[in-house]
Design a binder for this molecule. Structure first.
Ligand code: MN
Length: 301
């Protein structure tokens, strides 16, 4: 079986095709703990709403240390930060009293909503022992009605994330959020969002159901894939799919592949962002800055 032309797209008009492929920006450091490459930023218009930002920290080796690396106290308002740890550990602490450490396979789903001040650091053990670090951080917008709700923190351990086999003996998916085939992820989301860690076996096409009209993004972390029997996406690239279509055909080309699939119902409201705040208007941004500076988002001591 070959990935190209396995199911010709014109024979299957419901199949999603690639709209745009993005290569990562040059790496930059978030604090001294997260060497990330940015793929999406809320300063751009469509076509990836409800997602606002995607940073990928590809595998990077850290030496053992006595001082935890990471990013110190900073605020967020108006959206959610979703962090997936693949290798290493991330520890979170926030002004709403939430905290936790996630390790390989775990996810933290932090709903900043009305506002938190938090810090994101390497975990204690990873700091002490060093090793390879790999992580994704995705920012998910909140609809206007939920932007000023109470903050929430979901600590989703790997053991609670169901794994589903893919059709065609093509591999498996960890379903963090949303429903894929027979599995529903543990994350509570405000609007419909799907987040799936997909591992594909070489040269085995598989077809997954998606919701027509929703945004779908594919981050290829390892290997190379072909979408819809036609569109090649390489390692370290992000594919933004067309919103039309209700099936996704993936095939790992030349070897196994790992892909993060992100789907979501677009939130069709104005996006006005400034640094760590994403609201619907400039007066709301000015209010966020003022609330943070006056300590109304709380403090970390
Ligand atoms: Mn943060």
């Amino acid at each position: 079986m070959n990935c190209f032309g396995a199911n010709l797209a014109y024979q299957k008009p419901r199949m999603k095709r690639v709209h745009q492929i993005r290569k990562p920006a040059q790496p930059h450091w978030v604090g001294d703990g997260f060497p990330v490459r940015n793929f999406l930023s809320y300063q751009e218009p469509e076509p990836f709403r409800p997602f606002l930002l995607l940073d990928y920290a590809a595998p990077h080796t850290f030496a053992p240390s006595t001082k935890a690396r990471g990013v110190g106290p900073h605020p967020h308002r108006g959206f959610e930060t979703v962090t997936i740890a693949y290798q290493g550990e991330v520890a979170h602490r926030d002004s709403a009293g939430h905290g936790g450490t996630i390790g390989p396979g775990d996810v933290q789903w932090m709903t900043a909503a009305a506002g938190v001040v938090h810090e994101e650091m390497h975990g204690e053990r990873f700091t002490r022992e060093g090793g390879t670090f790999e992580m994704v951080q995705l920012w998910v917008n909140l609809p206007a009605r939920a932007k000023m709700q109470k903050p929430r923190y979901q600590d989703l351990k790997s053991a609670a994330i169901p794994v589903v086999a893919l059709p065609g003996n093509a591999g498996q998916a960890r379903v963090i959020a949303g429903t894929l085939l027979s599995a529903t992820g543990p994350a509570h989301t405000v609007t419909p969002v799907g987040l799936w860690d997909v591992t594909l076996r070489a040269e085995r096409p598989t077809t997954l159901p998606l919701t027509a009209g929703h945004t779908a993004l594919l981050l290829v972390q390892r290997g190379a894939i072909v979408v819809a029997g036609a569109d090649a996406v390489a390692s370290n690239e992000l594919a933004i799919l067309q919103r039309d279509g209700s099936t996704l055909e993936l095939c790992a080309r030349g070897g196994d592949a790992q892909v993060l699939v992100m789907t979501g119902e677009p939130i069709d409201e104005p996006v006005v962002g400034h640094g760590p705040f994403v609201m619907n208007s400039w007066p709301e941004i000015r209010q966020a800055v003022d609330d943070f500076q006056s300590g109304r988002m709380g403090n970390l001591d």
